[in-house]
Design a protein around this ligand. Structure first.
Ligand SMILES: Cc1cc2nc3c(=O)[nH]c(=O)nc-3n(C[C@H](O)[C@H](O)[C@H](O)COP(=O)(O)OP(=O)(O)OC[C@H]3O[C@@H](n4cnc5c(N)ncnc54)[C@H](O)[C@@H]3O)c2cc1C
Ligand code: FES
Ligand code: FES
Length: 1360
């Protein structure tokens, strides 16, 4: 093996990736590891999902020599934030380095495949690396060796390993199973459906079927290029890269304070560089100074006074040391403090960030930029101090002083942090005391396990003296942070108020009020009142257990103290997810009906699967980035740049002026018309595309687009329309073609006349949702001969992009070819919204005669995307005293944004899903409003998810009015087959197909619904601060089957190539197509047809090879593609049959391969094409399902945990049960996002401000149902369906309304209780719970002042 000379290492950046050595002679020091890997190596498994450290798609394993411990350390980190220069001398492993097609896959890849844990696959390599790093960590422990096939990892660690990784497709449960399958303590019964074993297999058999894993064989080793003896020479100090790695404080000082001529230099101190995930870099620096190799900055020193942590230590190492400290001889209080500090720090960011994020970097960001830090709050509470080096002066100051000083100068260095040991004070004589030190930390964040900044964090340290009945506060430190304040602060007034006093209800009541008036966010902070109220909740939680003893009996005979309650919760939540899956596989049409693994899952896991941005850039390729309007309605007069000329590296700025002669300014087309590509003159929404900056490098294009100055003019323009109310006022609507407008049912006035009760003009408002596909919009356009253009696009409807590109360029359609292999998640967002991206790319490539590629950054994508339609609903409903509804009328105003898109389909979709109940009579007035917001498009279950929810909200309103159980109201209003026919007409199918009533009962049985309703009731009586709710919800979802083409070709060796109109988005379309191809061709009945499925390859969609591909949307493209393929196969079988008969007569039996060879020799046409057009009578059909969800809310914080969900969903006869199960779970979790978490917020101009992983929170593994049971019902035969199968892509998303309804039930219990404390305001049981029901929303409804109310009620009752 080649070794390097030490001298060379100093000058040149050298590192290894997957065992290959790289020497990089010159480089911009701001280059990240991800940029390098993706653009200059063949390793594309590191995906760019966010560039912020917030998604985990780019995780790699870093191996480096630790000079302190003199050993190699391995840890995961995000490659999107790591600077390339900082990995000098290190070794990197990516997912394709673990295993790949050529060398064989790693057991991680194999298990991800076998547990069906990869759908679109874009998140999968990052997931695999997070798991791999956890396995490596576990091996370092002194735990006993694991049994064969397993590791030292625990189940809980396995789940937490992926807590910071986002997946938008799977719903996480199968990923968790794949991870848990490596854990030594896993219960095999808990592992879900997989391709390794059958249900009936014993546990020992199951274990033996898992792909073999031997930790020793599968651990990566530090690259052999770097010998340990030469580590000191590995420090990169090079003017070439402007990168310096001082090895001592003296060297650092020389670098920071060089001679006078260099005084104006811009210097950047770096450690992990994770800060750039939050503060995006727009500046250029002259010098980068890496602080990690100065010994004083990486020390852990323990002495009598406390511990000193070097500022460059990673947060992970600090956590490790704090925990390690606990194992030594510390006082119990000291241990308590360190344990709590470590536990809290484990909720900061995610493992792969904590591993490189430094303690000092965090504190400096907090001090200098007001970053909402957890670390600062924790350290403030325990009276830490910091040492700072400025010039040659080193000073030690308290954390308090550090935080309150003016921002640290860019050349000042934070050297270390000192955390003192704490011991309780001695008895002060006031009380015959038993002194005790109490320390607690708090954090309320949208996701419990981190990677979510908190709304508020706090840490409290109290020195208390206790005797039998009284508790005296000797001293207390109360630190709060991250609530919209400059930095963490102490609530001094409250501290003073409490100190020297006995803890009592009145004291606490006053203290809570005082703390709420002290912890006040700055103007403009979101959820300000909520954050202040959290401060009260935390203080209450901290101190109340000391007085609860006295009040426990009084307080409604409660069994548990607050602390005990918390413990119960924590213990019950050891596991983040578990579940049972029930699927029926059928052999009747083998291999159709088999729960096969997803086609391509292994290469998705290893990262070899090629997405558009993985296609290597052709020579001369340029990169594009959009400039978009930030004004909702304004004339665009021009674009300029600060320098007045084009910025560095920028080649051109393409706008509507560049549309070629004969071309059109068109960027999108669909059934309701076309839309412009670029703003012509007038921008009509914030997010409208103004121009495309084209540059030599992506970084340059992005930077130029961000810093471009757009000259707007709004003179004499009307004010923009941003709300539906304004649209109504100004009659701004899109037309809905009459044939698409749904029909009313019955007569509303007659229905109202029958009613005993009425609700009139009640209102609901629903917001938007962002797709959050992991792969943002992307395209690559390559000019070809004779004015032709090949465009690789990540799109759900290549055919339409093809048409638009041809029109835009003014060329015939046969000059354009759009190729789509796979899409890294679509969810509707890569249908119309992908067209302008592909078209802009093609336009730029056409003008510049060079290839151009675009891969949108997350922010631009979030701003342009549009997302789900917001709407305002006003309803009037009439009902009988028993809950039977007799009439419903709705007025719905849909906010469609600035262009028509697919919005006219919304009324039909809404009414289609709303009709799931028998409303007696149903009438409506639906308007599609044209506003100056970004155009809304179809998002998974468009209109249907909102409607399904509206129906439930009405049920709850009715039940609330009648004070009866909402479940009984739901049941009373379920359709009979007769009413179903009335509402849905022929889409209802025959009566046997109406499975909802049986599903409704089945889910009640499988979830023990009735018993659990009683248990929930009991729980709520016994617990004050936690309330539970349970809810059962049905769905009916109508789908439409559309025409789709297919083509099957059989090659000489008997292998088969299939092309279909449908696009593989992760939904498993290719898998189903493979299965049906094998099934249909096997009807030829040759030897070897059982293995046909292995011979089938489905290939990319190419709009010139297969025309009329249409849209992949509406949940039915898989089945229609399957039917098209089946028709092709039938033709081929028919052509082959005479030959087969002849051969059989000659030889007795015929092998598939021989038959095909002969057929080729005899010139039989072995390619068949079809275009499946569904019969009008069976084009539409209904899907049914029901779910029961149980949640628990925390009244103090507003947090909701989903304890359990049970789903029963009718898939007809599933063609691929594992695929359908994945769709059901994934859709449901996406629905949880809509109902519970995802706030897609705009500013007053309509510009999206939830524009990053920091502000937009999709579900992670810690927010899914803790127990998630799904039954894929095989409801038998549906004559008119493709092999009796039904859709699974969208309908299950609607079931997530059950979580929202359960949350509402829990809140209702909380509100009832609050009323019993003498709340003066009338609590209305018909209150509405907003969507999404985020923590602030839940808390608000439970009462921001609940704590005070409770304490006041105690004061009043007890006279204290
Ligand atoms: C996705 C994500 C989630 C996060 N979530 C949380 C969270 O929940 N809670 C929380 O508290 N934090 C959170 N953080 C912040 C994280 O802790 C910090 O980004 C990290 O600690 C910074 O350390 P670093 O080594 O990467 O700093 P760098 O990015 O290298 O530096 C940050 C800044 O500090 C300066 N600097 C660094 N070290 C020193 C020093 N010793 N002396 C002087 N200046 C210095 C640098 O010049 C730079 O200006 C999160 C970060 C990410 C990316
Ligand atoms: S791309 Fe690095 S964490 Fe998202
Ligand atoms: S499979 Fe995880 S994002 Fe698609």
């Amino acid at each position: 093996m080649e070794t390097l000379t030490p001298a060379k290492r100093n000058e040149c950046l050298v590192f290894a990736v997957n065992g290959e050595k790289f020497e990089v002679p010159n480089l911009d020091p701001s280059t990240t590891l991800l940029e390098f890997l993706r653009s200059r190596t063949r390793f594309k498994s590191v995906k760019l999902g966010c560039g912020e450290g917030g998604c985990g798609a780019c995780v790699v394993l870093m191996s480096k020599y630790d000079p302190v411990n003199k050993q190699i350390e391995n840890f995961s980190m995000s490659s999107c934030l790591t600077l390339l220069c900082s990995i000098n001398g290190c070794s990197i492993t990516t997912s394709e380095g673990l295993g790949n097609t050529r060398d064989g896959f790693h057991p991680i890849h194999q298990r991800f495949t076998g547990f069906h844990a990869s759908q679109c696959g874009f998140c999968t390599p990052g997931m695999c690396m997070s798991l791999f790093s956890a396995l490596v960590d576990a091996e370092k422990t002194s735990r006993p060796e694991s049994s064969p096939g397993f590791s030292k990892l625990t189940v809980s660690e396995a789940e937490k390993a992926i807590a910071g990784n986002l997946c938008r497709c799977t719903g996480y449960r199968p990923i968790a199973d794949a991870c848990k399958s490596f854990a030594a303590d896993v219960d095999m019964e808990d592992l879900g459906i997989n391709s390794f074993w059958r249900k009936e297999d014993l546990n020992e058999v199951r274990a033996s079927r898992l792909p073999t894993y031997h930790p020793k064989n599968h651990n990566c080793t530090y690259s052999e290029f770097f010998g340990e003896e030469n580590q000191s020479d590995m420090l990169l100090n090079s003017e070439l890269y402007s990168w310096y790695t001082p090895a001592s404080i003296e060297e650092l000082q020389t670098l920071l304070y060089p001679n006078v001529s260099e005084n104006g230099m811009k210097i950047k101190l770096v450690v992990g560089n994770t800060g750039t995930g939050y503060y995006k870099e727009t500046e250029k620096y002259d010098k980068y100074v890496d602080l990690r190799y100065i010994p004083q900055l990486s020390v852990v020193i323990k002495d009598n006074s406390g511990i000193v942590f070097g500022a460059a230590l990673s947060i992970s190492k600090v956590i490790f040391s704090l925990k390690e400290e606990n194992e030594e001889n510390l006082s119990s209080e000291g241990k308590l403090i360190f344990t709590k500090l470590a536990d809290h720090m484990e909720k900061i960011a995610s493992g792969f960030i904590r591993n490189s994020a430094s303690l000092g970097g965090n504190l400096v960001m907090s001090q200098r930029n007001n970053f909402p830090s957890d670390v600062a709050t924790l350290l403030l509470a325990v009276d830490s101090s910091v040492s700072i080096l400025t010039g040659h002066d080193c000073e030690k100051i308290t954390m308090e002083e550090f935080l309150s000083r003016p921002p640290l100068d860019s050349r000042s260095v934070l050297l270390n942090v000192h955390i003192p040991y704490w011991k309780q004070t001695k008895s002060n004589g006031t009380i015959e005391s038993n002194s005790r030190l109490l320390f607690e930390t708090y954090r309320a964040a949208p996701r419990p396990l981190g990677n979510a900044l908190p709304y508020l964090n706090a840490a409290f340290l109290a020195d208390l003296s206790c005797n039998k009945s009284e508790v005296l506060v000797n001293n207390v430190r109360l630190a709060f942070g991250a609530y919209g304040t400059k930095h963490a602060t102490r609530a001094n007034k409250v501290e003073e108020y409490l100190s020297g006093n006995l803890v009592g209800v009145s004291l606490l009541n006053e203290a809570v009020k005082l703390v709420k008036s002290s912890v006040v966010p700055e103007d403009g902070t979101s959820h300000a009142a909520y954050r202040s109220s959290l401060a009260g909740s935390f203080l209450f939680e901290f101190l109340f257990s000391f007085i609860e003893i006295d009040y426990k009996i009084f307080a409604h005979g409660l069994d548990n103290t607050l602390r005990e309650e918390a413990e119960i919760i924590n213990n019950s939540n050891l596991l983040l997810s578990s579940g049972k899956q029930f699927v029926d596989s059928s052999k009747e049409c083998y291999p159709v009906g088999e729960p096969m693994t997803k086609f391509g899952a292994a290469i998705q896991a290893s990262g070899e699967a090629v997405y558009v941005d993985d296609i290597p850039s052709p020579p001369n390729c340029l990169h594009g980035a959009f400039i978009y309007s930030t004004k909702p309605l304004a004339r665009v007069k021009g674009i300029s740049f600060k320098s007045n000329s084009l910025p560095d590296g920028v080649t051109d700025v393409i706008s509507s002026k560049d549309i070629p002669k004969g071309g059109e300014n068109v960027g999108c087309t669909a059934m309701f018309g076309s839309e412009s590509l670029f703003v012509d003159d007038l921008a009509t929404c914030a997010g409208d595309l103004i121009a495309l900056v084209v540059a030599e490098a992506k970084k340059h294009a992005n930077m130029a687009a961000k810093t471009a100055l757009v000259d707007y003019d709004t003179e004499s323009l009307d004010s923009p329309i941003l709300t539906v109310e304004e649209a109504v006022k100004r009659s701004s609507f899109f037309e809905v073609p009459p044939f698409l407008y749904p029909e009313k049912v019955g007569d509303f006035s007659e229905g109202m006349a029958e009613a005993d009760h009425k609700i009139l003009n009640a209102e609901i408002k629903l917001g938007s949702q962002y797709y959050f596909y992991m792969e943002t919009q992307t395209a690559l356009a390559v000019p070809d001969e004779e004015n032709c253009m090949v465009v690789y696009s990540s799109i759900q409807c290549p055919e339409f992009a093809h048409i638009v590109i041809a029109r835009c360029l003014g060329v015939p359609e046969h000059n354009v070819r759009v190729i789509t292999r796979r899409v890294g998640g679509g969810f509707g967002g890569k249908a119309l919204k992908a067209m302008p991206v592909a078209t802009a790319c093609a336009l730029a490539a056409h003008k510049l005669r060079r290839p151009v590629r675009i891969y949108l950054d997350r922010k631009t994508d979030m701003i342009m995307a549009g997302g789900r339609h917001p709407m305002k609903i006003t309803y009037s409903v009439g009902f009988k005293s028993n809950g039977k509804i007799t009439a419903l009328h709705l007025d719905i105003l849909i906010n469609a944004g600035n262009t028509i898109d697919i919005s006219p389909i919304m009324p039909n979709n809404i009414i289609g899903a709303l009709k799931k109940y028998d409303w007696g009579s149903l009438s409506f007035d639906i308007k599609v409003c044209k506003t100056n917001l970004t155009s809304k498009s179809a998002m998974r279950g468009p209109g249907e998810v909102q409607a399904s929810y509206i129906a439930e909200a009405i049920m709850e309103h009715v039940a609330g009015m009648l004070s009866i159980e909402v479940d009984s109201v739901r049941e009373k209003n379920l359709h009979t087959y007769e009413s179903l026919l009335l509402f849905y007409g022929s889409a209802s199918g025959d009566s046997m197909e109406y499975t909802l009533p049986s599903i409704w009962d089945k889910v009640a049985r499988s979830s023990s619904f009735t018993e659990r309703v009683a248990t929930v009731e009991q729980f709520n009586q016994l617990h004050i601060w936690r309330k539970r709710g349970i809810s059962r919800v049905p769905i009916i979802h109508e789908v439409l089957v559309r025409p789709t083409p297919g083509k099957v070709s059989i090659l000489w060796d008997g292998s088969i190539v299939v092309e279909v109109g449908g696009i593989e988005l992760g939904q498993g379309l290719w898998t189903k197509v493979k299965q049906i191809t094998a099934y249909a061709l096997s009807s030829i009945q040759c030897d070897g047809t059982e293995e046909l499925v292995e011979k089938v390859r489905v290939i990319q969609s190419d709009t010139l090879a297969l025309v009329q591909g249409g849209f992949t949307a509406g949940s039915t493209t898989s089945e229609s593609s399957c039917e098209a393929v089946r028709q092709c196969c039938n033709v081929l079988v028919e052509r082959l049959a005479p030959l087969k008969k002849k051969l059989q007569e000659q030889m007795g039996s015929v092998k598939w391969d021989d038959l095909i060879l002969q057929a080729h020799h005899q010139s039989i046409n072995l390619a068949a094409h079809s275009f499946f057009v569904p019969m009008p009578s069976s084009q539409q059909y209904l899907n049914y399902g029901a779910a029961v969800s149980e949640v628990e809310i925390n009244i103090l914080t507003g947090e909701t945990r989903i304890l359990r969900t049970d789903i029963v969903y009718d898939c007809g006869q599933s063609m691929s049960p594992a695929v359908d199960l994945g769709q059901i779970e994934g859709a449901f979790v996406q629905g949880i996002g809509f109902f519970m978490l995802e706030e897609y917020i705009t500013n007053t101009d309509g510009l999206v401000v939830s524009d990053s992983t920091w502000t937009y929170k999709i579900p992670t593994i810690d927010t899914i149902p803790k127990q998630f049971n799904v039954e894929v019902l095989n409801s038998g035969h549906h004559r008119n369906r493709v092999l009796s199968s039904k859709a699974s892509g969208e309908p299950p998303l609607l079931l997530a309304a059950s979580v929202h309804c359960a949350t509402r039930a829990a809140i209702e219990a909380a509100r009832k209780q609050r009323n019993s404390w003498g709340a003066l305001d009338e609590t209305d049981s018909t209150f509405q719970l907003e969507v999404p029901a985020t923590m602030p929303v839940v808390k608000q409804l439970c009462g921001l002042d609940t704590v005070e109310r409770y304490l006041q009620s105690l004061v009043t009752c007890n006279g204290t």
